[in-house]
Design a protein around this ligand. Structure first.
Ligand SMILES: C[S@@+](CC[C@H](N)C(=O)[O-])C[C@H]1O[C@@H](n2cnc3c(N)ncnc32)[C@H](O)[C@@H]1O
Length: 232
């Protein structure tokens, strides 16, 4: 059950919070053109289950994909970018949803892993994300490479937990300190943690009770750490 409902979203400051709910509803309550950057890792639509049996909600049917991308486009400020991971086996569905929402693909990022997530026809060792523009964003002064190393996160808090370092690198490249980073599929809050650690504001949304709890507790730890750092 949602502890922070869509109805209360608008009253609460949309900053440094993880909302517990469906991101389509939560974003629907947000003002248009209100976030500076979206960095997110939605379900890959692969019915994933890890060795310990952990699964991901909305990882089978794609009925959420188009409405979520429409809302993401609406809440992103004009002339800004979003970075969205996706599952390569469902690239056509993701691409259709992005294009229909209005996003223009302006780059593609390969995250090189040191381990294989799976071995079949290939030993699968990368994750991927599209860089998507709303309008005509300015170019970064020093563009980051579109191949980025992705160390193993350990997946302690979430079965597909992303490591902080590559996310922090992207946040630094596409935002200024103090700007607002949105992750509508927050999982354990990796993008939100990366945003806070780089001096940005964050807003995460997570629908799963367990992962919402993990993300909230994690962000409390990161807030405590950054407060100690500031006071010393
Ligand atoms: C691939 S995982 C994200 C993992 C995250 N990058 C991390 O490092 O922990 C996608 C997350 O989106 C959540 N999710 C799926 N559909 C959602 C929706 N409509 N609204 C909010 N969260 C959703 C799932 O519960 C899952 O935790």
């Amino acid at each position: 059950m949602a502890t922070t409902s869509a109805a209360t979203t608008q009253q609460s400051s949309l900053t440094n919070t993880i909302l517990h709910g469906n991101c389509i509803d939560e974003m629907h309550e947000m003002p248009a053109n209100s976030v500076d950057f979206i960095l997110t890792d939605p379900p890959y639509l692969v019915n994933y289950r890890d060795r310990s049996g952990r699964t991901i909600q909305n990882d089978v049917k794609a009925d959420w994909l188009k409405p979520a991308m429409q809302e993401a486009y609406r809440v992103l400020k004009p002339n800004r970018v979003a970075i969205m991971f996706y599952g390569w086996t469902k690239v056509d569905e993701f691409f259709a949803a992005w294009k229909e929402a209005g996003f223009q693909p302006v780059g593609h990022i390969v995250f090189r892993k040191t381990y294989s997530s799976k071995s079949r026809f290939l030993s699968y060792r990368h994750e991927q994300a599209f860089l998507l523009a709303k309008g005509r964003p300015p170019l970064p002064k020093q563009p980051v490479a579109d191949v980025i190393d992705m160390p193993y996160s350990g997946n302690k808090l979430h079965p597909t937990q992303k490591p902080i370092q590559p996310l922090a690198q992207l946040i630094r490249s596409f935002t200024l300190p103090g700007e607002l980073v949105l992750d509508p599929f927050a999982g354990s809050g990796s993008s939100c943690a990366a945003a806070l650690l780089t001096g940005r504001r964050y807003l995460g949304v997570e629908m799963d009770d367990e992962y919402y709890q993990q993300a909230s507790e994690r962000m409390a730890r990161v807030h405590a750490r950054t407060a100690i750092r500031r006071s010393s």
